[in-house]
Design a protein around this ligand. Structure first.
Ligand SMILES: Nc1ncnc2c1ncn2[C@@H]1O[C@H](COP(=O)(O)OP(=O)(O)OP(=O)(O)O)[C@@H](O)[C@H]1O
Ligand SMILES: [Mg+2]
Length: 348
């Protein structure tokens, strides 16, 4: 079905037109205004979505060379995220649904990241081990189909993306920190400093990144009075990046081994990290596994992944299942919302 999908859970306003796994447009507007605050300011984010959403809607239709009259369903991210931001997208979606009498598919943002690898590579088979590494979440799932997956592990505190962002802030490098550290790390030596790889050997699939941030903070205080010389910044970036990536790779590949699954998908903003990509690809090749990363555009927050998943739900349940406009939005984090047991997709 020709689905118009809306994503506004954090600081990207995105609208995509997707038919099955064919992306006709995927317009993304990032809110750079937050960089001067060192993190996303929720109220500024909601207002920016409100300002941009109509223009993105028209641009997306134009780029797809289609019109709203041709759209068969609306999809929208309704959780998790910043409530004010989610509500802008949800209300825009409800308005379109009412005006054009279209079914509306409320869709989970993290599920969008989980399945983005399947959008990227239609030859990828179930079952798969999926790892979502983003600004708000770090988690591993066993994925059996488009409507069934099981949570194997979660971060107990900070997400990997948060660690990149906070460490970048401590170094005075700016926000978002992940891409900056990634770029600087290419010029540095990853063995120069040894930062903790918390829970590396914990025999489960949980993560913890808050200790790394704290240890990095004390390291800077103790050794450089919070002012490290410029020439060692690339070494610090490379060392901290390898501490994060080593744990991610260890956990996701161990899960694949334990569950006897050779397909691995890695999604979410941190999956754009070049060292994570290189190391995972090399390990997969060595171990005869298949690892799929979404393209850089599909790894960041984008509406195409939401439209793709909505298409799968529509195919499975039919459009009559999606005529209920009374859905709400939820800020729920993965930790609160996804107990470690079998669970069925949120709308099924
Ligand atoms: N090349 C990179 N290396 C490491 N981290 C990166 C890279 N590019 C982006 N990131 C990180 O990705 C995060 C943003 O990802 P994403 O937009 O998926 O998160 P979010 O949507 O805010 O959170 P969630 O998806 O958990 O709700 C930021 O923390 C950013 O620093
Ligand atoms: Mg995200």
């Amino acid at each position: 079905m020709l689905v118009l999908a809306i994503e506004s859970s954090c600081d990207e306003t995105s609208i995509a037109i997707v038919n099955e796994n064919k992306i006709l447009s995927n317009v993304i507007s990032s809110q750079f205004v937050h960089s001067k605050y060192g993190g996303v300011v929720p109220e500024i984010a909601s207002r920016a979505h409100l300002r941009m959403i109509n223009e993105i809607f028209h641009t997306s239709l134009r780029e797809a060379e289609t019109s709203i009259e041709d759209i068969e369903a609306i999809a929208v991210t309704n959780q998790p995220g910043l409530l004010g931001s989610l509500i802008v997208g949800a209300n825009f979606a409800k308005g379109l649904s009412l005006k054009y009498n279209l079914p509306i598919v409320p869709t989970d943002h993290i599920e969008g990241h989980i399945y983005s690898g399947f959008l990227q590579d239609p030859t990828l088979d179930f079952p798969a081990i999926a790892m979502v590494v983003s600004g708000g979440h770090t988690a591993i799932f066993q994925v059996d189909s488009y409507n069934h997956y099981k949570t194997l592990g979660l971060t107990r505190d900070d997400a990997a993306g948060e660690a990149f962002d906070k460490i970048s802030k401590l170094l005075g490098l700016g926000y978002p920190g992940g891409p900056i550290i990634d770029r600087l790390a290419k010029l540095g030596n990853q063995t120069a400093y040894n930062f903790p790889r918390t829970m590396y050997n914990s025999n489960d699939y949980d993560f913890s990144f808050s200790g790394l941030k704290t240890s990095f903070k004390y390291f800077l205080e103790k050794n450089f009075d919070n002012n490290p010389p410029k020439d060692i910044i690339p070494d610090l970036a490379a060392s901290v990046q390898s501490a994060i990536v080593d744990v991610l790779i260890k956990k996701v590949f161990t899960a694949a081994d334990e569950y006897g699954i050779s397909n691995i998908v890695i999604g979410g903003g941190v999956s754009a990290n070049s060292y994570l990509r290189e190391q995972s690809m090399a390990k997969a090749q060595k171990e005869n596994k298949k690892v799929v990363f979404p393209s850089l555009t599909l790894s960041m927050d984008n509406a195409a992944m939401i439209g793709f998943l909505a298409n799968k739900k529509l195919a499975e349940l039919g459009e009559v299942a999606f005529r209920n406009l009374s859905f709400t939005c939820s800020a729920n984090s993965l930790r609160a919302k996804y107990p470690k047991k079998n669970r069925v997709n949120s709308t099924l």
